[in-house]
Design a protein around this ligand. Structure first.
Ligand code: GLU
Length: 449
């Protein structure tokens, strides 16, 4: 468990618990308190994952040595349909983290109105030091260990941190070898285009963020900011999600003034040349050093004055010890869990609304759903069709959350601004919306037997 200490502040708790499962459960409880007549037993059912699989397997490395790896696949809930969610490769993965991310997927799919439950997986490994062959061996062995626990109608993996379409191709291939004679394409999404992938999947999370932000600004607006055009944007993280979000926001007329990666951040008052940033990233391995930019630390980047701050990398980056410095007017969570519990409170007190992850980054799983539907029908849709369907899904999700936020905060809104309500924030509204949906369907299906 990681703990952040800020002993100078006597008035608040001096430590912040960053355990992701603790945060997920606290948030769940915050939201559950707003749900009238929520059955006690269901609260307990939704708090814990339905099924947790932990596996351990040996892999022969390139140098002939053998190493043992540990992995998880956790299904949080499958009331709405088969489990859905990514598989991440990272050295610091914990069971608690995977469980909390699986729960997040349940709520994300519910908000996006997808016929999926929530799941997540992970293998504890450092992809930065593994060769392609080693990664392939780890992937194949992990998927074969999971056996029939994944499947086109039971649990469908996808890319997540440090996994990509290449990884998804190996997952498909492994599953297909173990289950010959049937259409196995829908067992995994985020596959390469030529192997049943969908147009638009790679950009879907970033594009979904843009659509969610556009709709939010058009609906609620912030004083002097009713569209993305002209907004000054800061993106933390320049991986698949962050780099795509930066380009799409810029295309939509925003001025992207700063971006960062794990090595640091860069800033340009008049807006960054994103092609130059991508070239620098490809050639040097970091955005730092892009010509005509000022270098700054990741912490200073998070504190830049801007209209929209998009954390698009790791979890728990805006927290008790730095949230006070955030000077954005809107935070859009492209990553999963970038804002902690205490940071939520601080941002709310500063009247900075946060478009929560389960809404803002639902574009990825939404286009995964489109891929799954195309695979089931052996069809392939045009990019325009995918993007238009994504836009409609994201707009509908934002409308639903905004609607729920309005009804929840009736009486507690002191002015027009969404950041002004001190009682209910958009995260709580989104969670309430999602939990109510899953609870209703659970009761419609009837508690077995
Ligand atoms: N890993 C992504 C997420 O956290 C996508 C999941 C999916 O496409 O199933 O939303």
């Amino acid at each position: 468990m990681e703990v952040v200490t800020k002993p100078a502040d006597e008035d608040r708790a001096s430590v912040e618990n960053l355990d992701p499962q603790f945060i997920a459960q606290q948030r769940f409880e915050q939201a559950a308190a707003y749900i009238a007549g929520f059955k006690e037993g269901l609260i307990d059912f939704f708090k814990a994952p339905k099924r947790t699989i932990g596996v351990c397997f040996p892999v022969e490395m390139d140098d002939g040595t053998v190493r043992t790896f540990h992995g998880y696949r956790i299904l949080h809930n499958h009331v709405l349909g088969p489990g859905k969610g990514g598989i991440r490769y990272h050295p610091e993965i914990t069971r608690a983290e995977v469980a909390s991310l699986a729960a997040l997927m349940t709520w994300k799919c519910a908000i996006a109105n997808l016929p999926f439950g929530g799941a997540k997986g992970g293998v504890i490994c450092d992809p930065k030091v593994l060769s392609e062959a080693e990664l392939r061996h780890i992937t194949r062995r992990f998927i074969s260990e999971l056996g029939d626990e994944i499947g086109p109608q039971t649990d469908i993996p996808a890319p997540d941190m440090y996994t990509d379409e290449r990884t998804m191709a190996w997952i498909y291939d492994t599953y297909d070898i173990l289950h010959p004679g049937q259409n196995n394409l829908p067992v995994v999404t985020g596959k390469p285009l030529e192997l049943g992938g969908s147009l638009g999947r790679m950009e879907a999370t970033g594009r979904g963020c843009l659509y969610a932000t556009e709709r939010f600004l058009a609906q609620a607006g912030l004083p002097g900011l009713s569209s993305v055009a002209g907004a000054r944007v800061v993106v933390q993280g320049f991986g698949n999600v962050g780099s795509v979000a930066a380009s799409l926001f810029q295309e939509a007329g925003a001025v992207v003034v700063a971006v960062s990666d794990s090595k640091g951040g860069i800033y340009a008052e008049e807006g960054l040349d994103l092609d130059a940033v991508s070239t620098q990233k490809q050639e040097v391995g970091t955005v730092v050093g892009t010509p005509d930019t000022q270098t700054l630390s990741n912490q200073d980047l998070l504190a830049l004055e801007c209209d929209i701050l998009i954390p698009a990398a790791l979890g728990a980056v805006i927290r008790y010890d730095n949230a006070e410095r955030v000077a954005a007017r809107l935070v859009v969570e492209a990553a999963n869990g970038p804002v902690t519990l205490m940071a939520d409170e601080i941002l709310q007190a500063k009247q900075i609304p946060v478009l929560p992850d389960i809404l803002a980054n639902a574009g990825g799983v939404t286009v995964s759903y489109f891929e799954w539907v195309q695979n089931l029908a052996n069809e392939s849709w045009s990019l325009e069709e995918v993007n238009e369907k994504l836009r409609r899904k994201m707009y509908a999700a934002v409308d639903a959350v905004m609607g729920r936020w309005r009804t929840l905060s009736a009486g507690s809104v002191s002015d027009e601004s969404v950041g002004a309500s001190l009682e209910v924030n958009l995260r709580i509204a989104a969670l309430v919306q999602a939990i109510e949906h899953v609870a209703r369907v659970t009761l419609q299906r009837g508690i077995w037997p």
